[in-house]
Write a protein that binds this ligand. Structure first.
Ligand SMILES: [Zn+2]
Length: 432
């Protein structure tokens, strides 16, 4: 089992390598990275000079929906979407049915992932039993079963005491707590960002501070306990300010992620040609211009550690209801790379190296996962990207079982050519 990835520009921020190299893969591992490696008896994957050979991309925020909501997504369909989107590994959220608050659920997820045999899966356990915010789940047993982090995502950890204890235990185990930050009383039954457009469309609002108040509380508790803390899907400028201040105080165990829709879209889209489009309903909601600009600034200046998709599949029937009644969330695995290329790299906001940091290096670091680098002797998880590839998003053609994307018909520049997991080509785009 030998494969040579030949030609192309290797961009590996972890080692500082950036240039034309070949990558020789043997028995699932990277055997050598060097100039003009002999192909001999190896299979050759030819890469064009302007294509990028990067460490496998990692998405830390994915809802695979199985067990319990297989009409939205299964582990197999979710992972097919992941590798088509360039992701060699995903971390999956525990708000399944049943909630992943028990090693039995973690084991089931890992077994299904092994059967699918596409991207790697890292389960995230629930902070509390049933994610009800009352009794803490068994972190040590869950970690032993394979969980790499804990969260009640979909819901915040509303109790400050529970959050404190969770951070203390997580700190001992060396895993992060991820919080879906939203003050329940301020969020209320809101469905859209509190502002001009929500008012104009008659939608109940969720203010940005509903998020940032909890981010600030959590940062205070992370400082108190020393436990690793990660902000999920940050959307509000006030939250960014809080994280930036924490980092300036030297709190290196405070990290955050932003989802593509929050740096591309704003609440103005709700008032677009299709009014009340439920594919624009997510939680946290699309926010205002200043918030979107703050996310872009944080991505460029390093305050934002990583980009995660918050891939949240919902069946078309569930989304085809009044805006108020529709579930929150959109799919994201297969549109993230084109959006990042088109809106961040080609606009000159970030470099290619920074792109790989946001999508591979830092996700690995935040959850202490293998990968995030192209290292001889390590597992050969590699993503090959074509920065100039024209991509037209076609919702109906997504591998994901659900098609709830607001990016249907968007024309973007930059995409995925191939995805390699443990030396095996698990996705190959029809490009030449
Ligand atoms: Zn969430």
């Amino acid at each position: 089992m030998k494969l040579v990835v030949k030609g192309g520009r290797v961009v590996d921020p972890a080692s500082g390598r950036d240039g034309e190299f070949d990558v020789l893969i043997e028995d699932g591992r990277i055997a050598r990275i060097g100039k003009s490696l002999p192909a001999d008896d190896a299979e050759v994957l030819s890469v064009k000079p302007n294509w990028i050979v990067a460490p496998g991309l990692i998405d830390l925020h994915v809802h695979l929906r199985e067990p319990g909501q297989e009409h939205k997504e299964t582990i197999a369909t979710g992972l097919a979407a992941a590798v088509a989107g360039g992701f060699t590994a995903v971390a999956c959220m525990p708000n399944t049915d049943p909630v992943n608050d028990h090693p039995g659920v973690t084991e089931l997820i890992l077994r299904k992932a092994a059967e699918a045999n596409l991207a790697r899966v890292y389960p995230i356990g629930a902070v509390s039993i049933g994610s009800r915010g009352e009794q803490m789940s068994e972190f040590a047993a869950q970690k032993a079963a394979g969980c790499v982090a804990f969260t009640d995502d979909g819901r915040p950890v509303a109790s400050a005491l529970l959050m404190r204890r969770a951070l203390e235990y997580a700190g001992m185990l060396g895993v992060p707590i991820l919080d879906h930050c939203e003050d329940p009383s301020l969020k209320g039954d809101g469905v859209a960002h509190e502002g001009f457009y929500a008012a104009r469309l008659g939608l109940r609002g969720i203010p940005g501070v509903a998020e940032s108040i909890m981010v600030e509380r959590d940062i205070a508790l992370a400082e108190l306990t020393g436990g690793p803390y990660h902000v999920c899907h940050m959307s509000a400028r006030q939250s960014l300010r809080a994280v930036r201040a924490a980092k300036q105080r030297g709190l290196t165990h405070v990290t955050c992620e932003v989802a593509p829709h929050h740096f591309v879209l704003t609440d103005e889209a709700l008032d677009g040609p299709v009014k009340y489009d439920t594919n624009l309903k997510m939680n946290p909601p699309l926010r205002g211009n200043e918030d979107r600009d703050a996310m872009l600034e944080g991505i460029a200046d390093g305050t934002v550690d990583l980009i995660a998709t918050d891939h949240a599949p919902h069946h078309a029937d569930e989304k085809m209801v009044e805006f108020d009644r529709a579930p929150f969330g959109i799919v994201g695995l297969e549109t993230a790379v084109p959006i990042v290329f088109d809106r961040l790299v080609h606009t000159g906001r970030i470099s290619l190296g920074r792109m790989i940091e946001l999508l591979s290096v830092n996700p690995a670091r935040v959850m202490n996962l293998p990968g995030g680098a192209l290292t001889e002797g390590q597992a050969a998880d590699v993503t090959i990207l074509a920065p100039e590839l024209p991509v037209t998003v076609d919702a109906s053609a997504l591998r994901s079982k659900s098609k709830n994307t607001p990016f249907d018909r968007w024309r973007l520049k930059g995409g995925v050519v191939a995805t390699i997991v443990a030396g095996r080509v698990v996705f190959r785009a029809a490009v030449s």
